[in-house]
Design a protein around this ligand. Structure first.
Ligand SMILES: *Cc1c(COP(=O)(O)O)cnc(C)c1O
Length: 401
């Protein structure tokens, strides 16, 4: 059987348009395709592979658990899930954990919990959910409707009701929207898919204060920012603003699918027995790998290095820009960085992505105007330098047509 890009068009639903390149092997921040061509990975499977490919700690956890027990369902709990939950609550504001399989599922749980909480504790009218334009929260119908991109949520018939949006960092607009009927506010503490948009600290603090004033729950979607990505274990810790509910996925499993919603005891008690669930949530294999990822990332050594490596990226991108003048700015935090194209290259992020692939570099876009980098948190300095050299070749290709 020829397992090539052509087969994709024959057997796959056409909702994606993947590259011609089909990777077959990865080690650290290097990846090899079917032809044996090698790539440096600045994409990290969209901020998922926080420890690169086939990190020994994760491989060992998977092998170990793989020879013990794979799956039980929620009729019985299991040791890896309990250990991981304990570590997550020890390391964060939260007391309780709900395990899911993806970011969207973690957010779905958070939104349903917020609606329950408001119904139980306040009134039937307290159902409004406020979120932000350009926000991204996943692709279930509830989460995609809460997300602030109509292109993703339109065309599927009637949407879940009472969801409102305003611009990120626009405090006046937010203040005009929130009321005692607001049940929850869902936000990314740094917008990822929407274009690597950093929050103003004053804005986040004011959102927290207004949520308190109106008894609305503040939900931080840390699916992309969480587990070391910004140089803190969770981005809320770097901001000094604590949410009521936090969702985490992507890097949590280091490449194994898992998501989680974490919250306080007081809020958690509203998801009573039977109110929500998932067949695979808390699966022992997923939790064993996630535990190893969590242990490895949640160390000063890894987290401090994320901040240092951010500077390597910024310096390297600045040097490229000094030569080619293609970016208006580099924004983001830690190893969640976006190079914003200037007016001469508006809308051409995909061209830079394709040119990167042609030069042996895996990169990402965030919208049509931002080239996004979300490499392994433990990528070596040499790989960063070598990858940036390839990116420079890609930029030259685009600039020279
Ligand atoms: C990727 C992402 C999601 C969705 O996660 P899935 O695992 O694809 O469901 C939700 N929120 C944010 C902020 C994300 O970056």
């Amino acid at each position: 059987m020829q397992t090539n890009r052509e087969l994709f068009d024959h057997v796959m639903v056409p909702n994606y348009n993947p590259s011609e390149v089909i990777p077959v092997k990865g080690k650290g921040s290097r990846v090899w395709d079917q032809k044996g061509d090698e790539y440096i990975d600045f994409a990290g499977g969209i901020a998922v592979n926080c420890l690169g490919h086939c990190h020994p700690a994760l491989v060992n956890a998977l092998k170990d658990q793989g020879e013990k027990i794979w799956h039980l369902s929620n009729v019985m709990t299991n040791e890896p899930a309990l250990r991981l939950a304990k570590k997550m609550t020890d390391a964060t504001f939260a007391d309780k954990v709900y395990f899911a399989n993806s970011g969207a599922e973690a957010n779905e749980a958070a939104l349903k919990l917020a609606r329950r909480f408001a119904l139980d504790k306040h009134s039937e009218d307290k159902t409004q959910i406020i979120a932000f334009n350009k926000g991204f929260h996943g692709r279930t119908f509830f989460t995609v409707t809460v997300g602030g991109q109509a292109a993703y949520s339109d065309g599927f018939g009637p949407k879940p009701a009472d969801i409102a949006h305003c611009d990120y960092n626009d405090l006046a607009a937010f203040e005009a929207l929130i009321s005692d009927n607001t049940c929850a506010v869902m936000m990314e503490p740094l917008q990822g898919e929407g274009g690597i948009i950093c929050p103003d600290l004053e804005f986040v603090k004011a959102v927290r204060a207004l949520c308190d004033k109106h008894h609305a729950l503040l939900i931080f979607d840390e699916v992309q920012t969480g587990v070391g990505r910004t140089g803190d274990l969770y981005a809320y810790q770097g901001l000094g603003v604590t949410p009521d509910i936090l969702t985490t996925a992507k890097a949590l499993g280091g490449g194994f699918p898992i998501g989680a919603m974490i919250t306080t005891t007081d809020i958690a008690q509203h998801l009573k027995i039977g109110t929500h669930g998932s067949t695979y949530g808390g699966n022992p294999l997923a939790c064993a790998v996630a535990e190893a990822a969590f242990d490895t990332v949640n160390t000063p050594e890894v987290l401090d290095n994320v901040k240092r490596k951010e500077q390597l990226f910024r310096d390297g991108l600045q040097a490229i820009n000094d030569k080619f003048n293609v970016f208006s700015e580099v924004r983001g935090k830690g190893l969640l960085l976006g190079a914003v194209l200037n007016n001469d290259y508006t809308g051409r992020a995909r061209d830079f992505l394709v040119a990167s692939t042609n030069n042996g570099l895996m990169a990402l876009v965030a919208g049509t105007n931002v080239v996004r980098f979300t490499p392994s948190l433990v990528i070596s300095d040499e790989d960063i330098k070598a990858g940036l050299a390839r990116f420079e070749l890609a930029v030259a290709d685009v600039v020279n047509g």
